[in-house]
Ligand binder design. Sequence first.
Ligand code: ATP
Ligand code: MG
Length: 394
Amino acid sequence: MDKVILIKYGELTTKKGNRNFFVSTLKKNIKNKLKNFDVEIINDLSRMYIYFKEKDLKKIINIIDHIFGIHMYHIATIADTNVDSIFEVCLNSLMDLSFKSFKVETKRSDKSFEFDSPTFSKMLGGHILKNIDGISVDVHQPDLLVYVEIRKGQSYLYFDTYHGLGGYPVGSQPRGLLMLSGGIDSPVSGYLALKRGIKVDAVYFEAIPHTSLDARNKVIELVRKLSKYTDSIHLHIVNFTPIQERIYQCCDSSYVITIMRRMMYRIMEKLCQKNQAFAIINGESIGQVASQTLTSMNVINEVTSMPVIRPVSCMDKLEIIELAKKIDTYETSILPYEDCCTVFVPKHPVINPNLDHAIKMESKFNYEEMIKEAVDSIYTLKIYEEDQEFSNLL
Ligand code: ATP
Ligand code: MG
């Protein structure tokens, strides 16, 4: 029996003017992710059809379940658009299923088909009753819903609906740079930004020898896990050691984190310009730590005019953890390697920093020069989900 995965876009279709662009971006993403399979992908403005080889079904579904922009899908059996073919294909498909009651729902988009939807539902229901013993029609709470979509040339029959990830296809927005620290929050933020269609690349600030290579490998592994939701992700690794040590020497210890984060944002802005990125994305969550109070965010945010997107800013930690588990980054995030923020964290970080005071402390060293050097010496990796050498690092 010929089968097809029938994809419905959902949220995409509310953006009327952009529909073509969204659909073609989604199609490109699906094609790319299924490039190693023998599939044919066809679409119109409301549906996408993936024709596949039965043996690949499980693997293909696993991939489809990680692509943004898919609202729901069905695994449908194909019939020719005529009564006999639909009747026959329907009975054959029902043979393997066990149910006591059923209901038929028909959607006729081929208006040249001779019967309207309610009439055809009744006809098909009668045919099923006649051919399968011990079952009845139940329009309120059926065990099984038999869906029929009648379209020009081919019709589709299916019994189940599966939910996709939703969101917009990655690449329907331009690039954004994610500050990825190796903690729990920032990978979740990356996932949520990808869900809005942003092409996410990542930036990791490291402070070797104060932070370890294990900490770097952990971030690489997180990127690998996130890239399951997109094609590949560039990871830019910044050598933050000289700046961090200088901050430690020059600034009041309670302001170390504030100044450090101002420096990070300055570097992020330069990296955005260099990489045609239109937003900084990070894992800040309001009130979680001293540097994430609204006052702190103001003082830190003051160094850049770029949009700073904080997808988890209003989520509870438990909600963030739940999502981290769902996207499979949690177990990696809780590995105990210190990152540069935790290594240098003071006993009493300022909760309500003063902007003038922060500026005064920064003026004690030539940070512009150091920032330029950090940006010029960046090391970049391009990471794919299937990169086994990275997954073996930990
Ligand atoms: P996370 O769980 O993501 O580490 P956190 O609650 O520990 O977040 P902070 O350490 O204060 O929070 O950092 C807030 C955000 O700043 C992080 O979510 C991340 O986006 C960014 N960030 C912090 N440290 C780094 C780093 N070393 N490299 C890149 N980004 C960083
Ligand atoms: Mg952290």
